[in-house]
Design a protein around this ligand. Structure first.
Ligand code: ZN
Length: 286
């Protein structure tokens, strides 16, 4: 496999914020989300990034909802699973880590620093939590997806690599356009990429996403630069200006068409497992 020709396509179908009043098409219950993930996997998505909601459909780290969603997807799809560790604010370290510790997905998100969130509150990822998270993910063979909202977060990852808490080739997800973080502009993505290259050479993988109106410029620039990408209603509910996406599959299909035009192809889940060196491969995978 020529790694450079492969695009790992993550779909984040649900996220923490969209409600049915924002878009009636966002999947919220475990059954709705699992059905949507299976459809995205059938359409060719490589990874599903999973959040869950409570019974009132608010952001949540409810373990039972994660367990049900994972069970429903695993029964019907080979897609790689990536569970969030940041499904709510102000939660204990243990509540944030339990889903990946118990369910052993192949990946989980690792938000590599604290930031002001949406000009309203603090998205807390303290040194204490990040050290615990790094140790626990390593023990559980869960690959961290380092979510990077600003440059200091890359240096945090480099620090933990130097201390030996993080080993292997890191995988970064540049999250651009969250209020409180870097804006969704291509020059910002290039800057983050340069920091990674300066410090790691070619020994890293990277993906990018743009939130809201920055979605398309970031996706297209990342694809052109040889990166991987994330799409989905967690980041953006509009297919184009003024037109809601009726399904996350629409975003998956658009990336598939685009990469075909630039002589790349979307990585299958099994190709993704090889590229990222994933360990908790489910028994159902080839
Ligand atoms: Zn997320």
């Amino acid at each position: 496999m020529d790694e450079s020709s492969k695009v790992i396509l993550t779909v984040a179908c649900t996220g923490a914020w969209p409600q049915k009043s924002d878009t009636p098409y966002v999947p919220l219950s475990p059954q709705e989300e699992a059905d949507e993930i299976v459809r995205c996997g059938d359409a060719g998505a490589s990874i599903a990034h999973i959040h869950v909601r409570d019974d009132a459909f608010k952001a949540s780290m409810d373990f039972d909802k994660f367990a049900e969603t994972v069970r429903l997807v695993r029964a019907r799809s080979n897609i790689v699973l990536n569970l969030t560790t940041s499904g709510g604010l102000g939660l204990s370290d243990e509540v944030r880590m339990k889903p990946f510790q118990e369910l052993r997905p192949e990946m989980a998100s690792f938000d590599a620093g604290t930031m002001n969130w949406a000009h309203t509150t603090i998205f807390e990822n303290s040194p204490r939590f990040l050290e615990k998270l790094a140790n626990s993910m390593s023990e559980c063979n869960v690959k961290p997806e380092f979510e990077i909202f600003d440059p200091g977060m890359i240096y945090n990852v480099l620090h933990y690599m130097k201390k030996g808490l993080i080993t292997g080739r890191p995988h970064f997800q540049f999250v651009l356009g969250a209020p409180g973080g870097m804006t969704a502009e291509v020059k910002n993505m290039m800057f983050l990429l340069d920091i990674c290259k300066d410090n790691l050479g070619t020994n890293f993988t990277w993906s990018a996403l743009g939130i809201g109106r920055g979605h398309l410029p970031i996706i297209y620039a990342a694809l052109a630069m040889g990166g991987h990408v994330r799409v989905g209603m967690e980041d953006n509910i509009f297919y184009r200006k003024g037109q809601l996406a009726k399904s996350n599959v629409e975003f998956v299909d658009r990336v598939k068409r685009t990469v075909a035009e630039i002589d790349r192809t979307v990585a299958t889940p099994d190709e993704t497992r090889k590229i990222l060196g994933l360990k908790n491969v489910p028994a159902t995978a080839a």
